[in-house]
Design a protein around this ligand. Structure first.
Ligand SMILES: NC(=O)c1ccc[n+]([C@@H]2O[C@H](COP(=O)([O-])OP(=O)(O)OC[C@H]3O[C@@H](n4cnc5c(N)ncnc54)[C@H](OP(=O)(O)O)[C@@H]3O)[C@@H](O)[C@H]2O)c1
Length: 343
């Protein structure tokens, strides 16, 4: 058995409207050998997702993290020891895991340890497997292509545009011929969207008047609005500018995840009727049969230099709480990841 300690961040308390390092305790324990039907994983990269706070607050049923348990997340890992047929030591896998060096996962049954773990497609870098080729990229691709259904020349507006999904969704819409406007907190992130991701325009939610700037940047109105933040105040401003047969893609509700109260309702719902608009959600996992199509398209765009895969990487397991706090501070540029080991 491994003599290395298993370093872990365990949940110390439920999160009270914000994420702080003091919500987690650092522990070291020994690595436990897997039993029949289990395998031991060495975690290499951790995905940092806003929905993790729902696990921490017990709002995701069997996926919730119990107090004293290593914080749940998805990760890319190497199999150290396997007692599951079809998985061998050295295989690279992605799936359910935790904020720790080593995780034991089980196949089948109930509970977090039984969450599906899949092999990483051969040749796929682990950071991309968790990001642009993972849930982040799949939500962006199917949200834009299938739900948004863009046509060349249309105006596409995306919020949380500097985040993981938003930064990819905006680029895909640009590649498909749209004029793309991003909304993001912070002037540096706003400027980054235009300079590095080649958006046609961007708005800083912290210092600019959203209504004024959207009117200036979208004088003809909005054909497609892609919502990540769930902010009803932002959605309302977009609805008021929706063009005839406009589409609203509902992808995320980050503002709900730590909120104690439901956000205020919409004022401009009638705009959806008057524009004969369509508002529709996207769930990336419902497209799993078409992930190959999305990865092929995204891979082609990356290779041709049309799409960059923005990542915000903190190195070291000790930074996991800080990484989760960053996404709730609107500090991340692109997909937030934590790299904890090379191999
Ligand atoms: N439907 C699906 O299949 C699917 C798949 C993956 C992710 N998602 C969802 O899509 C959204 C984006 O995911 P992501 O992984 O790319 O995360 P992300 O956008 O990188 O998340 C961080 C961003 O959320 C915004 N934010 C932080 N605190 C907030 C708050 N209290 N209220 C509103 N916005 C806040 C900040 O951007 P700004 O302040 O600049 O807006 C921050 O940069 C999330 O809601 C996620 O759960 C959905």
């Amino acid at each position: 058995m491994l003599s290395n300690p298993n370093r872990r961040w365990v949940l110390a308390r439920h999160l009270e409207g914000r994420v702080a390092a003091s919500d987690f305790d650092w522990r070291e324990s020994s690595v436990i050998a897997p039993k029949d039907g289990e395998m031991l994983l060495r975690n290499l990269w951790l995905s940092v997702d806003p929905t993790q706070v729902l696990h921490a607050n017990g709002e995701t049923g069997p996926l919730s993290t119990a107090i004293g348990e290593a914080m749940h997340c998805t990760a890319a890992s190497r199999v150290v020891e396997s007692r599951i047929p079809g998985f061998e030591p050295g295989d690279l896998v992605q799936g359910w895991s935790g904020w720790e060096d080593y995780t034991t996962v089980a196949r089948g049954g109930e509970g977090p340890g039984a969450f599906p773990v899949q092999k990483v497609p051969p040749g796929t870098p682990l950071n991309l497997a968790l990001g642009t080729y993972g849930a982040t990229g799949m939500a962006a691709y199917f949200g834009v292509v299938d739900v948004g259904r863009p046509r060349a020349g249309e105006t596409f507006v995306v919020d949380s545009a500097a985040g993981g999904v938003g930064s990819v969704a905006g680029q895909i819409a640009r590649i498909l011929g749209c004029r793309v406007i991003g909304i993001a907190s912070g002037s540096e992130r706003r400027d980054w969207l235009v300079r590095d991701l080649r958006f046609d325009g961007a708005i800083d939610l912290r210092t600019e008047d959203l209504e004024e700037r959207l009117t200036a940047l979208c004088p003809e109105g909005i054909d497609i609005f892609f919502l990540n933040s769930g902010r009803s105040s932002v959605l309302d401003v977009a609805l008021a500018r929706l063009r005839r047969l406009g589409r609203v893609v509902l992808c995320g509700g980050t503002s709900y995840y730590l909120a104690k109260e439901a956000p205020p309702g919409l004022k401009n719902l009638l705009s959806l009727i008057m524009s004969r608009g369509r508002m529709e959600g996207v769930l990336h996992w419902e497209y799993d049969q078409r992930f190959g199509e999305a990865r092929e398209a995204i891979g082609g765009w990356i290779r041709s230099g049309q799409l960059v895969s923005p990542e915000d990487v903190l190195v070291g397991l000790e930074h996991a709480p800080e990484a989760l706090a960053r996404v709730f501070q609107g500090a991340n540029r692109g997909k937030q990841l934590v790299k904890i080991a090379d191999r």
